[in-house]
Design a protein around this ligand. Sequence first.
Ligand code: SF4
Ligand code: SF4
Length: 106
Amino acid sequence: MSECQRCGACCAAYRVQFSVYELDDAGGTVPVALTEPVNGATCRMRGTGEVPIRCVALTGVVGQSVGCSIYLQRAAPCRELTEGSYACDKARARHGLPALGDDLPL
Ligand code: SF4
Ligand code: SF4
């Protein structure tokens, strides 16, 4: 099991924003019903624009066992945030989880 399947911190830490061209109604993959508009060019995953942040597609309990209900359809920022990166460790720290990367302590 990868650490991401236990974690989910990054899905409950950041505004997840991306181009409207990634939406399924524009020829992309992300289900439009799970998003909200930011402006004409940008949208975001519902649940990531308010505090406490938690993407509507995230299932399970952060730090224990999680899943993404649209994993194969997820947007670019979701695919680009990698385990052990600075953004990963920062999100984990917000949820009281230890760093995975080898960067300096936050
Ligand atoms: S914060 Fe890091 S370990 Fe946790 S789900 Fe995101 S990429 Fe995976
Ligand atoms: S769409 Fe999936 S990978 Fe992206 S933030 Fe939401 S739960 Fe996480």
